[in-house]
Ligand binder design. Structure first.
Ligand code: AKB
Length: 337
């Protein structure tokens, strides 16, 4: 039996991805430190949580190595704010966990004589600017520009991008027998993601979903960035569609391993104004956290996703207007009704 492994399955992206791949008919192995929500577990063939849901726990791999895993979506990670508070743990999980999973993919691929698809969620946090002026003048950045990340999360993710490409193309290149080609490494650099159903934890782009979900619950929200803070965002359905569409693209069409994907890039004030249209009585105040704002100021204003469009026909379905009108408004109101 072929399996699809999802790490971080109970997380923000995981909830939507499990649904999508379950509908596709995949036999899903769900791994998460946290107990899996019933709605997630019900769609999975095998689940590992708690200690066995820790991607740095060698016992997990003793179990996984027995299974014919042909596709991996590696979502488990400490996001930018959490990682910045504990760089050592971030290195251990974000890099150590990824290396261990790449090894699982390689040894499984070698055993089943098929390259295991390894889908990696990278991030706009790999980009780094030293001033807001430099960020503004750069505008939409391409994949190989301004890649000097300022956060440990961005550095972790950028290094893992390189590691994945190495496993895919150059692994043990001095070896007598062919050792590369057992990992088919692909990834997208996610912008801030906004879900109607889950609220992220530990991210620096979290102000957008936090603001919306607070308003929907009638709670006051103190936004930790300035009104003019601008970074790229995306509706969760597009975020899931992107990584699955990339997974299904013919390898020969792909000119690179990691791709930018774009949807919309509003200021925090523009987001707040949309939330106020939905919830006119909501209380949103801007009280910038200088240090968290400092991280946002190093991230790109927007990304150029022309290579993804050309290679695997990527195109966001939800722009800023449609995200609020057709995705967030009906689903948020239903969720909190
Ligand atoms: C974060 O804020 O750390 C993430 C991201 C942009 O990758 N949501």
């Amino acid at each position: 039996m072929k399996y699809t492994l999802i790490t971080g399955a109970n997380g923000e992206i995981g909830h939507s991805l499990v649904e999508r791949l379950h509908q596709r008919g995949d036999n899903i192995i769900a791994v998460d430190l946290q107990p899996l929500d019933e709605t997630v577990a019900a769609k999975c063939a095998i689940t590992y949580s708690g200690d066995l849901g820790n991607i740095t726990n060698e016992q997990l791999y003793t179990e996984l190595e027995k299974l014919d895993i042909t596709e991996i979506y590696h979502l488990a990670a400490l996001l930018s704010t959490s990682a910045e508070k504990n760089p050592g743990l971030a290195q251990h999980v974000n890099v150590g966990g990824t290396i261990r999973l790449l090894e699982l993919a390689r040894t499984t691929g070698k055993r089943i004589h098929t390259a295991v698809k390894f889908l990696f969620p990278s991030t706009i946090a790999i980009y780094g600017f030293t001033s807001v002026e430099a960020k503004k003048s750069a505008g939409k950045v391409k994949e190989d520009e301004h890649t000097l990340a300022h956060t440990v999360y961005g550095i972790n993710k950028y290094y893992c991008e390189q590691l994945g490409r190495y496993y895919d193309r150059h692994f043990m290149q001095l070896s007598a027998e062919k050792e590369n080609g057992y990992v088919d490494f692909r990834g997208v650099r996610y912008p801030g993601l906004i879900s109607a159903f889950t609220v992220p934890t530990g991210g620096t782009s979290d102000y957008a979903p936090e603001m919306l979900h607070a308003a929907a619950q009638g709670k006051a929200y103190s936004c930790f960035v300035r009104e003019d803070a601008r970074i790229p965002f995306m509706a969760m359905p597009d975020g899931v569609d992107a990584i699955v569409r990339l997974a299904e693209a013919p390898k020969e069409h792909l000119t690179r391993n990691i791709y930018n994907i774009a949807a919309f890039a509003p200021t925090a004030k523009e987001i707040a104004d949309k939330v106020r249209e939905l919830y006119p009585d909501c209380d949103i105040q801007f009280k910038p956290d200088i240090k968290r704002q400092g991280i946002v100021d190093t991230w790109c204003e927007d990304v150029d996703d022309s290579t993804a469009r050309a290679d695997w026909n990527w195109q966001a379905s939800f722009d800023f207007e449609r995200t609020f009108k057709e995705y967030l408004a009906p689903n948020i109101k239903q969720r909190y009704s």
